[in-house]
Design a protein around this ligand. Structure first.
Ligand SMILES: [Mg+2]
Length: 173
């Protein structure tokens, strides 16, 4: 089954995995909600959590031994890391920091080409074995490297995930 998946799936963060801009919409310090460890609250009590299907999709890919990475152009990488480390989500049936899903996290202001060149170097995985989900059409530039790009204007969900996988399978042929 795992050959039906790319070797590596890369996700943008803002408006792809969660519905906000981490560098402008929220303010530290961050803390986990007492009622739900999957929800992080900022200084003013604003909620930060993944879109509904994200954790299940990440687990499904992890089960298929797909490498999971992040490529974010955020101007607040520190906040992104803090939130991903504080947020506890079920991974292999146990609540763990969401950051544990990802082997390589690229979060800094640069082009997505820069992010992918680094990911390729670090993982040794060829661009054609990579699938990228992002909510912004301009980040389609990674297609010039050979990466499959899937636009997710409403964030990652079941339908957009399956669309991305189908697109990658088609490109591979
Ligand atoms: Mg985004």
């Amino acid at each position: 089954m795992s050959s039906n998946y790319p070797k590596c799936v890369v996700f943008d963060l803002d408006y792809t995995l969660w519905p906000l801009w981490i560098d402008t919409h929220v303010t530290p310090p961050f803390r986990a909600s007492k009622n739900n460890p999957q929800v992080i609250l900022d200084r003013y009590g604003t909620d930060i959590s993944f879109y509904k299907n994200v954790t299940d999709i990440l687990q499904q890919l992890k089960d298929a031994q797909v490498k999971l990475c992040i490529a974010s152009r955020t101007h607040a990488p520190k906040f992104a890391y803090q939130v991903l480390n504080l947020m506890r989500v079920p991974i292999d049936g146990e609540l763990q920091p969401a950051s544990k899903f990802f082997t390589n996290i690229k979060a800094f202001p640069a082009t997505k080409i820069d992010h992918f060149e680094q990911l390729h170097k670090e993982t040794g995985i060829s661009y054609k074995d990579m699938l990228f989900f992002d909510d912004e059409g301009r980040n389609r530039v990674v297609e010039s490297l050979g990466v499959t790009f899937c636009l997710v204007p409403d964030g990652l969900n079941r339908a957009s995930f399956e669309e991305g996988i189908r697109k990658w399978q088609k490109n591979r042929k």
